[in-house]
Ligand binder design. Structure first.
Ligand SMILES: O=c1[nH]cnc2c1ncn2[C@H]1C[C@H](O)[C@@H](CO)O1
Ligand SMILES: [Zn+2]
Length: 335
């Protein structure tokens, strides 16, 4: 029997892949714009047009365009804290019990903040969100793929600052090109050496080899990884190494990682035993919620509750939670 939207909404969830700057609610964007004295459209319809992925998006690069609109509003500690708090409120509405919130600290320094101040502000917002909404979280720090190795290294160095808390892992985001992972081998070797948990955006643009390169260089999780559908001979390796794919159905269609729902490889990969998880990627840019993503997958593939519980267990196991967070949530997700 098909699960209703209400039943899907109420399932306890874990979200591993959600970008802070792509997931600020419209109401909070209005608050942030006013604080930053940035004029934005008055009508919600016109504002939505600016902050969501264009319907005509042909690629990941088109999909990323709305970020340029919101980033100027995210240049103070107050704004970052509000944005993080707002995201936790949205996660609560999806019955998310734990979320990893990613962002690129270097994109928030235009107003004079240090990288460290950026991270402190976000984690403060996450902590307030946890206190008010009982949603646990950690931050993941992204380097941007268009940045220099030196710049990204400064982000990696943040992990060595003992006073930062709730910073759980590293990622590389931004436009994807064939072979990009190996360009960052020196950074990723350092990440491995320092024992920093690693997830990498890969296989979002038809570049399946990037997924295998990411695994080779130490990623235990892959952001999207959709292109691995084209390399079935590699699935056994993913299963064997317990690699987890952070998939995001709406985003993956918008970026043209996949042409249409029927070809979305989630069920094929799940049935084969690959660890797949469900994520929003960007709630606002993709105009979605985690419940919407569950509803889509239930509609497309007729998944029952057991599938969603198994997927949540995969997310729990692959998460970069602290031992305490893991102990607190184990009963709920390791049924
Ligand atoms: O799906 C994505 N793929 C690659 N990069 C992305 C995606 N969604 C957001 N980003 C980028 C744009 C943001 O400014 C940055 C940090 O969150 O990450
Ligand atoms: Zn992403």
């Amino acid at each position: 029997m098909c699960l209703s939207r209400t039943e899907l909404n109420q399932l306890p969830k874990i979200e591993l892949h959600c970008h802070l700057d792509g997931s600020i609610s419209m109401a909070t964007i209005r608050v942030l714009a006013e604080k930053a004295r940035i004029s934005i459209p008055e009508s919600d319809e016109a504002l939505r047009f600016k902050i969501t992925a264009p319907e005509s998006a042909e690629s990941l690069l088109d999909y990323l365009a709305p970020f340029d609109f919101v980033l100027p509003m995210l240049q103070t500690q107050e704004a970052l804290e509000l944005a993080a708090y707002d995201l936790i409120a949205q996660a609560k509405a999806d019955h998310v019990r734990y979320i990893e919130v990613r962002f690129a600290p270097t994109l928030h320094t235009a107003g004079g903040l240090s990288l460290e101040q950026v991270v402190v502000a976000v984690t403060k917002g996450l902590a307030k969100g946890e206190a008010d909404f009982a949603v646990k979280s950690n931050a993941l720090l992204c380097g941007m793929r268009h940045e220099s190795v030196d710049t990204i290294m400064k982000v990696v160095d943040l992990f060595s600052k003992g006073e930062l808390t709730h910073v759980a892992g590293f990622d590389l985001a931004g436009g994807e090109a064939d072979g990009y992972v190996s360009d960052f081998a020196s950074i990723l070797e350092m990440v491995k050496e320092r024992g920093i948990p690693l997830t990498l955006h890969a296989g979002e643009c038809g570049c399946a080899q990037n997924v295998m390169d990411a695994i080779e260089l130490g990623a235990t999780r892959i952001g999207h990884g959709v292109a691995i559908k084209d390399m079935p001979d590699k699935w056994a390796e993913l299963i064997d190494k317990k690699i987890t794919l952070e998939m995001a159905p709406t985003s993956n269609i918008q970026t043209k990682a996949i042409d249409k729902a029927e070809n979305y490889p989630f069920k094929t990969l799940f049935d084969a035993g690959v660890r797949v998880t469900i994520n929003t990627d960007n709630r606002t840019v993709s105009d979605t919620t985690l419940t919407d993503e569950y509803v889509k997958l239930a509609d497309w593939f007729g998944f029952d509750e057991a599938v969603f519980r198994q997927v949540a267990r995969y997310a729990f196991e692959a998460s970069f939670m602290s031992p305490q967070q893991r102990a607190d949530l184990a009963d709920e997700f390791m049924l």
